[in-house]
Design a protein around this ligand. Sequence first.
Ligand code: FAD
Length: 407
Amino acid sequence: KIHSQIAIIGGGTAGLNIAAQLIGDGHAIPQQIRIFEPSKMHAYQPGWTMVGGGLCNVKKTLKPMDQVLPKNISVSDSAVTKINPQQNEIETQDGGIYTYDQLVIATGIQTNFDQIKGAQKYLDDLNSPVASIYNYKYAVKMNRLVEEFEGGNIVYTEPPLPIKCAGAPQKIIYLSHDRLNKRGKKTHHHFYKTAGVIFGVPKYAEILTELCKNKQINCHFKQKLVEVQDHIAIFENQDTKELKSVTFDLLHLVPPQFPAQFIAKSGLGDSAGFAHVNPNTLQHVTYKNIWSLGDCSSLPTSKTAAAVMAQTPVLVKNLIRTWKYKLDPIPGYLGYTSCPIFTSQTKLLLAEFKYNSELDETFPIFQSNESRLMFHLKKDFFPIAYWQIMVRGWWGGRDGLRFFKGA
Ligand code: FAD
């Protein structure tokens, strides 16, 4: 058995940020930390909306994992299959067994295209007009399909919540709408959502409802995509369970999403299988040396990288307080999350809120309308902040740069 003082499962946005801040703040040296991460690539997933929307090259959203993980950190490239929390043990797919003093679960949320009958086949067929920004290859396909689109019906879907970045299924509508308008292509845009409202926060829901009305985007609520056939999408009405066929010339679909199964299998999940942590301290409700953040956690807020940026310093501080100083964790996270919604090829509505859908805005004067300034913040500044500042542990989200606050 190989022992690590701190084990982090997942080297995505949350796992990487935790490792970078533990080291950057001087709380740990790289040799004390082991990351479990099977993927060879690290993705800046918020960039995939821009890839599908024609605003960014896919190459800018991917980097080899070994280029972004902190130097000299231990890495296991086999997926974790089970945790035995009473023994402080981790099992991996290749049969490895590891032990830890402190454990951070950061495995994200899995996209499951297979849950929609026929979806995978049409997504993989380069000649079929079906795409999705929830995967970088299908995001590239979406960009091409919109570029080549000659007019007709576009159907966009959204699966049951929770999903990562709940605003993304509609960002791609507004981006595509604007591009096709500029090219003068006569297009009918239809948005089929499984939920009953356009957005969970009333202020932004009002703005987006008006926007859809003005852009003549037709919203259909309580409709869940269950099957894709040749140019036909089949929806299930969430109240009556009736099935309805809708023809399309282009389909943008969003896959159903679930936490990794090993979390529930290890007795660490809530009723939906997300790592069950205290919503304010991020400490596991049963095991005091287990922590979780990001998309795989039970934190009842919208699942975004922006939320991860607000969660990380709280988790790092609490892990160190309990582990090194034997103090209780502090309830420091209040649910902050943000959703930058592209509303066209030049404008954006920045939604920011916390638990219970309460507003938590940083730039209120720019957040009641679509804004050009917010568009550039998202398109030009956030990717730089991610790749240059976050990976060094210096990005404090909206609290700004953290390198003054180091050890
Ligand atoms: P991830 O970054 O997904 O990382 C999880 C990691 O865990 C992966 O590397 C995976 O390989 C690894 N893993 C999984 N299972 C195992 C296992 N069993 N063992 C070991 N490792 C495992 N956020 C925003 O803030 N703003 C946006 O505008 C925005 N737009 C988005 C648009 C799209 C299309 C998408 C897909 C996401 C968007 N997000 C946005 C959401 C954001 O990308 C996620 O919330 C963020 O990446 C969550 O970080 P995470 O570390 O929890 O999960």
